[in-house]
Design a protein. Structure first.
Length: 196
């Protein structure tokens, strides 16, 4: 992987400008894969849209329902990775979702960011299972899940409203037993990433 140094951190209120710039610029590439939400893309991704989103993410995190991170590459924000719908008890499960700016794609950024999050979820956050749902047409995201070792478990028909229609999604999952050595360590041994 050649992209550079990838780190995860909490979102900051001051991320508004960079977040908005990337999301407005990359609308066509992101909108195809993201859940349909009311309102115009330009409004939902303007700098003014960030404070309420940031605040909602923080509130969910404080309630233990989500683990939201921004992804930085060489110190600059390039995307987000979020663990959502955290359910405890006998499930100890959640979903994982991610996006990165088009300018950094195919450099291993999403794979490394998701691996860091998976390790955190399994080693520190007490989760047992992570699920990812992806449109069958989203080859790049499926490749990320393959590299991470998520297994395809089935297909959800007309599962999620994405880009204005109910889309089928493949369900991928990983449980803690699948990665006893941790994902970062596994990817390191496969030569897919290196530690500083
Ligand atoms: C999916 C996404 C997060 C991948 O991010 P990324 O940082 O480029 O991911 P990585 O570089 O770690 O891995 C991408 C892999 O897909 C491959 N790839 C990229 N475009 C592809 C395509 N059209 N068809 C097949 N493979 C593709 C890359 O070559 C790479 O594989 P490799 O390492 O074997 O060469 C990014 O494309 C994105 O943000 N897309 C829009 C939002 C989105 O789809 N989110 C996920 C919703 S489920």
């Amino acid at each position: 992987m050649s992209a550079g140094t990838i780190e995860l951190r909490k979102a900051k209120l001051s991320d508004a400008k960079t977040w908005s710039r990337i999301r407005l610029r990359d609308r066509r590439y992101l909108e195809e894969w993201e859940p349909t939400v009311g309102g115009a893309w330009g409004d939902r991704n303007s700098t003014f849209a960030w404070p309420p989103q940031w605040s909602a993410l923080r509130a969910l995190a404080r309630r233990g329902q989500s683990l939201p991170f921004v992804i930085t590459l060489n110190g600059g924000l390039v995307g987000q990775v979020t663990v959502g719908n955290v359910v405890r008890g006998a499930l100890c499960s959640a979903w994982i979702g991610y996006w990165v700016g088009r300018h950094v794609t195919s450099g291993g950024v999403a794979t490394a960011a998701a691996a860091l999050v998976v390790d955190h979820c399994f080693a520190s956050a007490g989760l047992h299972r992570l699920e990812a749902t992806v449109r069958p047409e989203n080859s790049a995201s499926i490749r990320v899940l393959d590299k991470l070792g998520f297994r395809e478990e089935g297909k959800f028909l007309r599962y999620l409203d994405v880009a204005g229609d109910w889309r089928d999604h493949l369900c991928y999952a990983l449980t803690v037993e699948d990665v006893p050595e941790g994902l970062v360590s596994r990817l390191r041994h496969e030569g897919r990433l290196s530690l500083p």
